[in-house]
Design a protein around this ligand. Structure first.
Ligand SMILES: *[C@@H]1O[C@H](CO)[C@@H](O)[C@H](O)[C@H]1NC(C)=O
Ligand SMILES: *[C@@H]1O[C@H](CO)[C@@H](O)[C@H](O)[C@H]1NC(C)=O
Length: 261
């Protein structure tokens, strides 16, 4: 039963549909809090949002511009679009900031929920965000922009701080080094998981610092550019299992197609 050891990086909600997610995905989604990180304030991560289902934190996301937010495709499991909102501009996921309803969900056309290939979705909001010190868009890399192993990247979210833990009220962030796809593929081959070109990996071989359940859809950032979207992993912060992210450079044209950015 690999799903007992492998976790989606999206949160279980009151609706209990995470059961559905883990049964159809062949890989562990990331649903929890950042592991091994530190509490941070939204002013230092103003692109971070909480994606909520009926007002409960479910996933992370990142602001592309005042009308578009990017997140993970596996955060959506068929609930009505109008049940989803985003909260921007708050360091805590359950109060403050700006709460705006989602008007449209664009799932990547090549998304495969079994492999979690192209695990990316763009949200169009019913009304624009107001930018300020706590709410700002994040710039994007060029198509196929490449980063060497060990390039430091920062991931943030309200996910679990330990595997199987509860959501963090305060936003957390942690730095993790990039791991190339060949090496990541070799590590995950032990569990028969595939690392595709639409994925990126980051983490310490010793474990201890990672994204976790509830962080899904959140941003992985290098030098102020959005490089990855939190997607899945074998547990959280386990040795020799880096976190796996949807690659923004690889899916760059999808973002342009939807948003014009
Ligand atoms: C997803 O990938 C799996 C494994 O390659 C494949 O068997 C399946 O048909 C794919 N699903 C879709 C909807 O393309
Ligand atoms: C991986 O696949 C091989 C060949 O199908 C199988 O023997 C092995 O048990 C699988 N390992 C896991 C961890 O599922």
């Amino acid at each position: 039963m690999k799903f007992l050891t492998i976790l989606p990086f999206m949160f279980v909600t009151i609706l209990g549909d995470s059961i559905i997610d883990v049964s159809y995905a062949n890989v562990p989604l990331l649903d929890g809090r950042i592991v091994g990180g530190s509490p941070v304030t939204i002013e230092d991560y103003p692109y971070q949002v909480s994606l909520q289902l009926l007002g409960s934190h479910r996933c992370g996301g990142a602001i592309l511009n005042d009308r578009y937010v990017i997140t993970a495709a596996h955060c959506f499991t068929g609930w009505p679009t109008s049940w989803h909102t985003i909260r921007a501009g708050s360091s805590v996921h359950n109060s403050g900031g700006q709460v705006i309803q989602v008007n449209e969900i664009y799932i990547h056309p090549n998304y495969n929920g079994t492999l979690l290939d192209f695990d990316m979705a763009i949200l169009y909001l019913v009304s624009p965000l107001t930018f300020g010190p706590a709410v700002a868009p994040i710039p994007l890399p060029l198509e196929n922009q490449f980063y060497l192993d060990d390039t430091p990247a920062v991931v943030s979210g309200w996910g679990a701080m330990v595997e199987d833990g509860a959501a963090s009220l305060q936003l957390q962030a942690v730095w993790v080094p990039m791991v190339n796809n060949g090496r990541c593929e070799a590590l995950y081959a032990v569990e028969n998981y595939t690392i595709t070109d639409s994925m990126l990996c980051a983490g310490y071989m010793s474990g201890g610092r990672d994204a976790c359940q509830g962080d899904s859809g959140g941003p992985l950032v290098i030098d102020g550019l959005l490089i990855g979207i939190v997607s899945w992993g074998e547990g959280c912060a386990r040795a020799n299992f880096p976190g796996v992210y949807a690659s923004v450079p690889y899916a760059r044209s999808f973002i342009t197609d939807i948003t014009g950015i």
